[in-house]
Design a protein. Structure first.
Length: 424
């Protein structure tokens, strides 16, 4: 197709898109008098229009009711986190009692590892992927050291076995089996942050459990991106953030999952007043009685202003549903892949798996010519209002997000890369 034909085809696809009205429910940053082409939902999602409404509701309540706002009027603060419980459970495929919005991702990872990483001399090891997001590695290494073990031997980092830094399921299965007698925990991503590869959580959980290990997941790049089925997966626990595909603002309150079979767990945990059963919480007794389910891992009352944007985002997820978002996502990212292979194969290599079932929204792109050329392209895109992000040493991440990106956005990205390549 000629550029004009591609542009017309994209406009036809946009007109036929059943989710096209969603874009108007977000604030799109501007560049040069036009909407940015924003492909960075994998790093920070755009602001839903409803976020301001819910935040201002909290501010107004604070202004007019002060401390009484905990117990009076609409959207009371004492049970405020319960307002997001059911829609959050639907978004990640869990039972309502299995999820809670609290803290930040790495804080939640540490809190749940207190309970679910219980190393012994015979089973001290954690298996994770090599090249994980640094915060995960820092957390896991520090937990191993905290328990008196040696990360050099007890933090096992599986190297990718496929081209472009991706992992086969066979390699994951072989590693779990090989290290099985020593494994206390398998901690794996739902989507690998640099490559964009998605993983079969159910199979990884099954393999871990078959070896007597706990299965935990970091879903930072999977929540709001893929149709998760956390309860059915059998995962013991999972953590994620809400500021990426869940569009809940910078530093948004994070999420955690604890499987229902652990609802009344006697595993050790770090306890706080807010995790105490709410029926007797205000008796202020000295003995901690945890709330059943994920709520029992809470420490302190949640930041109401931080939860307010999550309410707005989850309303949109509930209105549309993950199935419809995933259907559009596969088409949108597939359209990007098709155009790159057809028009930009001489300049870009796609490092993300080509199979839709092995990826989410994101395509990780490497520019021929190495890091210097890659940075030149990345900066060219930013200067023209096309926003992706850069991950060292040489990856540009572009994520067409089904809630607000369009087929025409994808064409705009391809045209901008062509112009850079051709010196136009």
């Amino acid at each position: 197709m000629q550029n004009s034909d591609i542009r017309r085809h994209a406009e036809t696809l946009d007109a036929a898109d059943p989710l096209r009205a969603l874009r108007a429910k977000f604030l799109i940053p501007r560049h040069g008098g036009q909407d940015q082409l924003y492909f960075c939902g994998n790093s920070l999602g755009l602001q839903p229009l409803g976020a301001r409404v819910h935040v201002e509701e909290v501010l107004d309540k604070w202004a007019h009711e002060a401390v009484e706002g905990h117990f009076t009027g609409q959207a009371q603060w004492m049970p405020y986190h319960e307002l997001v419980r059911e829609p959050l459970a639907r978004a990640v495929g869990a039972e309502p009692s299995e999820v809670v919005a609290m803290n930040s991702l790495t804080a939640n990872l540490h809190l749940l590892m207190v309970s679910f990483y219980r190393p012994t001399r015979e089973r001290p090891a954690i298996l994770m992927e090599a090249g994980a997001f640094p915060s995960d590695r820092y957390a896991l290494e520090s937990q191993v050291r905290f328990h008196g073990f040696d990360p050099a031997t007890d933090l096992i980092e599986l190297e990718p076995d496929e081209a472009d830094g991706t992992f086969s399921m066979a390699a994951i299965a072989n590693a779990i089996e090989h290290h099985g007698p020593r494994l206390a925990l398998v901690l794996w991503p739902g989507v690998q942050y640099r490559s964009g590869q998605a993983f079969d959580l159910t199979e990884i959980a099954r393999l871990a459990h078959a070896q007597g290990a706990i299965a935990g997941f970091d879903l930072a790049h999977a929540a709001g991106n893929l149709p998760l089925r956390l309860h059915d997966s059998g995962a013991d626990f999972a953590v994620w953030c809400h500021y990426k595909y869940m569009n809940s603002g910078p530093g948004a309150v994070a999420g955690a999952f604890v499987h229902a079979r652990h609802a009344h767990s006697e595993r050790p945990r770090f306890a706080g007043w807010w995790g105490h059963e709410k029926e007797t919480r205000f008796q202020m007794g000295p003995r901690f009685v945890p709330t059943a389910g994920a709520d029992g891992w809470q420490l302190s009352n949640p930041p109401i202003l931080g939860l307010a944007p999550l309410r707005a985002s989850l309303e949109l997820f509930d209105d549309v549903g993950m199935a419809a978002l995933r259907e559009k996502s596969e088409k949108l990212t597939g359209w990007l892949e098709t155009l790159i292979r057809a028009r930009l194969a001489d300049i870009l290599t796609i490092a993300t798996p080509p199979q839709p079932g092995r990826r989410g929204c994101q395509l990780s792109l490497r520019v021929h010519g190495g890091r210097t050329r890659g940075r030149e392209l990345f900066e060219h895109l930013g200067a023209h209002g096309i926003i992706g992000d850069w991950r060292e040493p040489d990856v540009i991440r572009i994520s067409p997000t089904p809630m607000y990106n369009t087929y025409s956005d994808v064409v705009g990205f391809v045209e901008a890369v062509e112009a850079w390549r051709d010196g136009r």
